[in-house]
Design a protein around this ligand. Structure first.
Ligand code: AKG
Ligand code: FE2
Length: 304
């Protein structure tokens, strides 16, 4: 089944139907005023070719550090005989004080060429922290967990779900991506011992329930389209051509319950480090999971 496509959608309806309803959707008119030409491989190479980038495999294991130009030359425009690309640039903005090739300066420079999509709420957000109740514009704000994804034809992000029940927004600037989506209630079929099935090459001995399982949605994301991955949905993304996208994560207050339940069930989840980072201006860095849930419930209590 294909993902529902909508346009001219209000923030209220997006919140109600898709964030609260926890359903995926593709919005087809969210990038109309953006400068997509700025994001072509040729232009990115010209503007940022010397920048160092992290290059990953089809999950999130770092393979190498190289320049953007080196990556594009080796992985884009590959001929049939060279075969598909296997490596993938996931270029995130700064999450913590560690030596890393973050993308902050590149995002700063690209700022005028895109924007926060009109239907994505910028208030009432649990993540990113919004203590001062000011609006958060994904584009203006230095936003940990925002990334530029640059990837040659054939490269892939294998099945996973995003951390701490956050949603992801994926904006497609260049090329096409094939997307498989499995709903959160398929967890026992696609995940065993914290390992995700490779949906395109499943190990049936390890994932016996996966047999004959079809994705809830299978679709192709084209330039100018934005897909919303709701919290807890499993997604697998394969580049059908050379590709450039931007992605980020957020949590809206209508989902607070789900996030708190996740924290209570998984108090040792490594990914909570990211949650703590987002809330660093509000809570002590070493806050434990129980206190974190209490803090969030109190903060949003008036509203739930
Ligand atoms: O585009 C991809 O390869 C993966 C996207 C993704 O996992 C996300 O946006 O959360
Ligand atoms: Fe993801």
């Amino acid at each position: 089944m294909e993902v529902t496509r909508v346009k001219n959608i209000s923030e209220e309806i997006f919140i109600e139907k898709y964030i609260k309803g926890n359903q995926p959707v593709i919005v087809t008119d969210g990038m109309e005023k953006w400068d997509l030409e700025r994001f072509t491989p040729e232009n990115l190479k010209k503007e940022f070719g010397d920048e160092k980038v992290q290059v990953y495999n089809d999950l999130f294991d770092l393979q190498t550090i190289q320049s953007l130009e080196q990556y594009i030359d080796a992985n884009f425009s590959r001929s049939e005989s060279e075969g598909p690309a296997k490596q993938y640039i996931r270029w995130y903005t700064k999450l913590k004080e560690v030596e890393f090739y973050w993308s902050d300066s590149v995002f700063e420079s690209l700022k005028k060429s895109w924007n926060q999509p009109y239907f994505i709420p910028s208030t009432s957000l649990v993540i990113p922290s919004n203590k001062e109740a000011v609006e958060r514009n994904i584009n203006e704000y230095s936003y940990p967990y925002k990334g530029l994804f640059i990837s040659g034809r054939g490269s892939r992000t294998r099945l996973h779900k995003d951390p701490f029940m956050s949603n992801a927004v994926l904006c497609q600037f260049y090329g096409k991506k094939e997307i498989y989506l499995y709903s959160p209630n398929k967890e026992k079929d696609v995940m065993v011992n914290n390992e995700f099935v490779d949906v395109k090459n499943p190990d049936h001995a390890k994932f016996p329930n996966f047999k004959n399982l079809t994705p809830d949605y299978k679709d192709v994301l084209s330039p100018g389209e934005i897909i919303f991955f709701p919290s807890g949905w499993f997604h697998d993304v394969t580049c059908m051509s050379d590709s450039v996208s931007i992605t980020w994560n957020f949590v809206h207050e209508v989902q607070l319950d789900r996030v708190c339940k996740h924290i209570e069930k998984n108090p040792e989840d490594d990914q909570l480090e990211i949650m703590r980072f987002f809330l660093r201006n509000e809570v002590p860095e070493d806050i434990n999971s129980k206190e974190l849930v209490e803090y969030l419930q109190n903060k949003f209590m008036a509203k739930i």
